[in-house]
Each structure stands twice: as structure tokens, then as C-alpha cells.
Design a protein around this ligand. Structure first.
Ligand code: SF4
Length: 615
């Protein structure tokens, strides 16, 4: 539906909600969602701001394809300065909340200041008001959503909220919408909590409109849906196995980070992957997976809805967790499982449920548990300190840590700070498997060289959603490249990073890029939005967004030394698998990357680059 051309500015300190027109000049240069909100953010916020202070702002934003029938067109993003990293943060989520925001008539909501008491924002089409959330504070995301819907007597209200992790300033707290969809990374939920903002509840009945050429849009979106349906990944692999389709593939190629990246293959990978979720359990004869699920307008439906084994020790006395709920997705299964050496699928589902229930990023949480287990094995943490024996593989320790972290109890407070702060506190900073303070996702860059460069240069810290070269290096999309070589990876990483900026800013899911290139997205944007949306312009938009984010980080104090990997990945070779003997060769790729980007040797964009991009 293109843009609604309306921004809602909410001043939490003053308690005001004011509508203002969207800056359409910026919309033409930054498209929407991630790009457009980041433009607003960097124009209004001091890069040196303390992320958890009232001076930081938080923006919820949709893209021009959000709320349309373009496949996966239901995405929204949360943009802020992230407390985990101190860098620009943009976390993207699916579900139905983003579309509802568009149906209520808003492209973006800007939150500024800090409320003197807990509140939630209630939006019903044009009407917006801050309501008392005293009764919601201390509740989980699930309880919050139910309570708000019951209070307003409308089950169709869509809710984004924080759980106790956000309230307790867990530095990797997420914002959860539709019970189990998450704006997951970089701690955007902690920023929301710091503002005493418990939830945003939206009901929109204005429906669908504002498409530039509706007939053309219908034709082109239908044609592109067919491409998704016919593709082996988006038409078969993802609907059947979800992102968990990757667990065995990545393990076999020796790229599954295991036990805090000590190893690259996990002996129990087959027990925690997508195929295992389909297998019937001996205890109750049922598979963990109940069904797949789709976000708004999505024709892929990669989401997992599962039920835990009721006899498992984690839930046998707690029927609250016996129902069907979201998960496991690949990144969570890896972080809660292989990263800690835990091969118990039911325990992973339990820990993942707690992450969803209380709004906590399972990637950073799981990776932080992995770091804690290594510190424990080194004798730097003891059972007395942390409340459990915690060697790698301890299912009990994983469950215990999942229970205490969001609640901020005992050792959970330390886990809630992430692995960088934890490892530094216990004298082994190099054991934090992170970049810019954010933990790696599920691909070991010793076996997938391009991912090392993508992680090191990612503007929001280590991330698979800021340049997923796995598509090319592992799956051969759009062309197969050798994962073990460094040649050509600078160009590859830049291409993926810039294209991702366009997918994110359009309001569609990055998983479409398994089947779609920019050339498939371009006609959908062009049919929906007024203005020139040529391929050349879109390529420039993606590059502009990347450089804008980089400029913010430089002004925040980041330097070349932050475009780095932990020494384990550049000095300790893979012990097994096809990449045995390899380390990541970041040093070879980084100078070339800076050159390709038009940056100087310190990783600073040159004047001519900024001028070319209009920055
Ligand atoms: S592909 Fe998966 S994550 Fe993406 S929109 Fe569809 S269901 Fe949601």
C-alpha cells in the first residue's frame, strides 16, 4: 500500500501523541522500514547517547510493501541505538503487527523520552493514547497480550510488548509480537523497558489502499509468488522443515559452531534439527512439530508451531507450557543446543518458550550460556556462584539459566549482560564469541569465509541477517561460491549487505531472497510506490543505508578495530569436517572490502563515496 504518509510521534515524558506527515523526500531516498527509520533516527539522536537513557529514541516502522499482498509483506522493524553493542540497531519482525500498523494508517511511530510510570500505547486507527500499564508491569509478553485484548474486548488487536527481560534491562531483550514473533536482536526490548513502555497495541480497520497501480501490483505479486512456490527452498524445504532445514546441512559441512566455537561439528545435531522435530517421541508417540505457520501475507510459511513432551522434567509439573507455541527455529535450536553441547530437543523447546514468553533473544542468550559453560569448565565459575553444575551439555543448567535470566535472579543478572561483559568480568574477554558485543549466529566463519567478513563488518554486531553469504557459499544462491576461499568475498559481502537493506526497507522477509533477487523485488516496489524505482536506484538505496549506518557507528566511537573477529576464529583451526585445518582469513578480506566499499584503509567512507550516495 505504499506509504500512509503519516508518522505518530509519542513523547513519553510529556505523555503526548502527535501525528505528523512522513518526510516524502526521505521516503524516496530510503524507501521505508529499516532505511527510512534509520534516517529519522540518525537525524534526531546524538550518536554518543546512552542507549538506556531517555535521550535515546525507539522507532517502530513499516515498509511500503507491509500490509500488502506482496508475499511476506508483513514486516516491521524496531530502530534504536542498541544497548548490547552501542551501535545502530534495527530488529525486524514478522507476524501480523506490522500490517495492523499500516491498516491503522501509520508508517512509523517514534517514541522519545521516558514515561514517569509504566504505560502502553493504544492505537485505534487515527486515535492514539498512552494508557496506564501498572497492572501489566511484571507480566510476561503472553500475559500482556492476553490482558490487553481482554481489557479492550477485541481479540483482533495486535500487540508488541516486552516481558520481564525488557523490564529488567537484559541487554538482549526483544520486543515480541503475536506471541512468538520477535524483533529479536541487539536489545531493542531493553530500550523499550528503559522508557517504561510495556506494550504497543494496535487495531486498524482502514484496510488496504494507496497502491500506485493496483492492477500491475496484483499481476506482479502473483507472478513473484509463483517463483517462491516453485523454488526448492521456499516452496518445499522451508515449509516442511522451517529454517531448521539447515541444521544437518551446516553440521555436515563442519560449520556448526559447537561448545562456544571450540568445535565445528555437533555429534547430536541430528537430534535437534528439522527432521527430528517431525519424529514421533517414544514417550507419547507424538512429534514435537504440530504444524507450520505463516506471517501476514506469507506464501512460504516457514514458522514452526510445536508442543513439548509433557513428561519432560522441565514441564512435567507445569501444564502452562503444554500447549502449542512458536519454535524451534534454526538459530534458536543452534544457540540453545549446539553452542552449549545440549542435544535434548525438548529442553531446547522449553528454553525457547521462556525466551518468547519473557522477550529474550535466544541467540545471544544461548551463546552467553555457552560462554558461561566454558568459564565453568575452566574453573572460573563455580556451582556455588551460578546455582548449577554447568559443564557443556548440561540440560539442567540450560533450563535453570533460562528460568533465572529474564527474571534477573542470581547469576541470571550476569547472564543478562551478554557474553562480552561476562567473559571480561571473569578475565577471559577473548572467549566471548561476538563482534561489537553481539554474539554470532549459527554459522562458523572458519568454514564459511565470507560470513567472517559479513560478521566483522556488520553494523549491528555479528548477525546473519546483514549479509547472508551462506546463500551463495552453501546453497549456491544466486551463484555457488567456494566457502573455503577468500577471493571474491569482499564483493559478495557488499552485494548481500546492500541488497538486504532493500529487502528490509521494503517491508518483506529476507527469506524470499532464497528465490528472489533484487530484480524480483524491484517491480513490486515500482508497482506499489510512486517515484523512480529502477534497479540502479534500488542498488544505490541499499548502499546508502549501509553507509548511513556506518557513519552513525563511527560517530558513536567505533573504529576499524571493531571490524574484527574473536581470536579463536582466526587462530584456532577447525578440528574436524571438510574445513579441517582452516581459520577465518579476515585479514585478507577486510582491506579489499574497504576498497570495494569506497572507504579508506581505516574503514571510513571517503568523501567521494558519501557524495555519490548523497550522504
Ligand atoms: S518466510 Fe517465515 S519468517 Fe518470513 S514471513 Fe514467512 S513465515 Fe514469516
Amino acid at each position: 500500500m505504499g506509504w500512509t504518509r503519516k508518522v505518530l510521534r509519542v513523547n513519553l515524558t510529556a505523555g503526548t501523541c502527535v501525528a505528523e506527515p512522513l518526510n516524502m523526500e526521505w521516503a524516496q531516498d530510503y524507501l521505508g522500514c529499516r532505511g527510512l527509520a534509520t534516517k529519522y533516527f540518525v537525524s534526531e539522536v546524538d550518536p554518543k547517547v546512552d542507549p538506556l537513557s531517555p535521550q535515546n529514541k525507539m522507532l517502530m516502522v513499516t515498509g511500503p510493501l507491509t500490509g500488502t499482498m506482496a508475499s511476506t509483506g508483513g514486516r516491521y522493524s524496531v530502530v534504536t541505538k542498541g544497548p548490547l553493542t552501542g551501535a545502530i540497531a534495527c530488529s525486524n519482525s514478522g507476524g501480523y503487527f506490522g500490517a495492523e500498523m499500516k491498516f491503522a494508517g501509520w508508517d512509523m511511530i517514534i517514541f522519545e523520552g521516558k514515561s514517569p510510570k509504566p504505560v502502553y500505547l493504544f492505537v485505534e486507527n487515527d486515535r492514539a493514547e498512552l494508557l496506564d500499564a501498572a497492572g501489566l508491569w511484571g507480566k510476561t509478553c503472553w500475559e500482556t497480550e492476553d490482558t490487553i485484548k481482554a481489557k479492550h474486548q477485541d481479540p483482533q488487536i495486535r500487540v508488541s510488548s516486552i516481558g520481564r527481560a525488557g523490564e529488567n534491562q537484559v541487554l538482549y531483550a526483544c520486543v515480541i509480537n503475536d506471541l512468538h514473533r520477535a524483533a529479536g536482536r541487539s536489545g531493542v526490548g531493553a530500550v523499550m523497558g528503559s522508557k517504561n513502555l510495556k506494550a504497543v497495541a494496535i487495531r486498524g480497520t482502514k484496510g488496504f489502499g494507496g497502491i500506485r497501480d493496483f492492477k500491475e501490483f496484483l499481476a506482479v505479486t502473483n507472478e513473484k509468488k509463483k517463483i517462491l512456490a516453485d523454488n526448492a527452498v521456499t516452496g518445499q524445504g522451508l515449509p516442511k522443515y522451517g529454517t531448521q532445514v539447515l541444521m544437518n546441512v551446516i553440521n555436515e559441512m563442519g560449520a556448526l559452531p559447537t561448545r562456544n566455537h571450540r568445535d565445528v561439528q555437533f555429534e547430536s545435531a541430528a537430534k535437534i534439527g528439522g527432521e527430528a522435530m517431525h519424529e514421533k517421541r517414544p514417550t507419547d508417540g507424538k512429534a514435537q512439530l504440530v504444524t507450520n505457520a505463516a506471517c501476514f501475507a506469507c506464501t512460504i510459511a516457514c514458522g514452526r508451531i510445536s508442543k513439548i513432551d509433557q513428561t519432560h522434567f522441565t514441564v512435567s509439573n507445569n501444564p502452562k507450557y503444554w500447549g502449542a507455541t512458536g519454535g524451534l527455529e534454526y538459530e534458536a535450536a543452534w544457540a540453545l543446543g549446539a553452542a552449549n553441547g545440549v542435544g535434548d530437543l525438548e529442553a531446547l523447546h522449553y528454553a525457547n518458550m521462556l525466551c518468547n514468553e519473557d522477550g529474550m533473544d535466544p541467540i545471544t542468550f544461548g551463546a552467553t550460556v555457552g560462554a558461561a559453560m566454558e568459564l565453568y569448565e575452566l574453573g572460573l565459575l563455580t556451582k556455588e556462584q551460578i546455582g548449577e553444575e554447568a559443564p557443556f551439555g548440561s540440560t539442567k543448567a540450560l533450563a535453570h539459566f533460562a528460568e533465572i535470566t529474564a527474571r534477573g535472579e542470581g547469576f541470571g543478572k550476569e547472564l543478562g549482560q551478554g557474553s562480552k561483559r561476562l567473559c571480561a568480568k571473569y578475565g577471559r574477554p577473548e572467549l566471548s564469541m561476538s563482534v561489537k558485543g553481539q554474539e554470532f549466529p549459527a554459522y562458523d566463519s572458519r568454514a564459511i569465509q565470507g560470513m567472517g567478513l559479513a560478521y566483522a563488518t556488520s553494523n549491528r554486531g555479528a548477525c546473519h541477517l546483514r549479509g547472508y553469504t551462506v546463500a551463495s557459499e552453501v546453497l549456491g544462491i544466486p551463484v555457488k561460491t567456494d566457502p573455503h576461499v577468500t577471493e571474491g568475498k569482499a564483493d559478495l559481502v557488499k552485494a548481500f549487505q546492500d541488497a538486504t537493506g532493500v529487502f528490509d526497507s521494503a517491508g518483506i522477509c529476507i527469506f524470499t531472497s532464497f528465490a528472489w533477487g533484487l530484480a524480483d523485488v524491484q517491480p513490486q516496489i515500482a508497482a506499489a510506490c510512486e517515484g523512480d524505482w529502477s534497479m540502479e536506484k534500488l542498488a544505490l538505496v541499499g548502499e546508502r543505508i549501509w553507509n548511513m549506518e556506518k557513519q552513525f557507528n563511527l560517530a558513536a566511537g567505533f573504529t576499524k578495530k571493531d571490524d574484527n573477529l574473536p581470536p579463536r576464529l582466526t587462530t584456532e583451526a577447525c578440528k574436524t569436517g571438510p574445513a579441517k585445518g582452516l581459520v577465518n582469513e579476515l585479514g585478507k578480506m577486510l582491506p579489499e572490502y574497504y576498497k570495494v566499499r569506497g572507504w579508506n584503509e581505516d574503514g571510513v567512507p571517503k568523501r567521494e563515496t558519501l557524495e555519490r550516495l548523497g550522504l
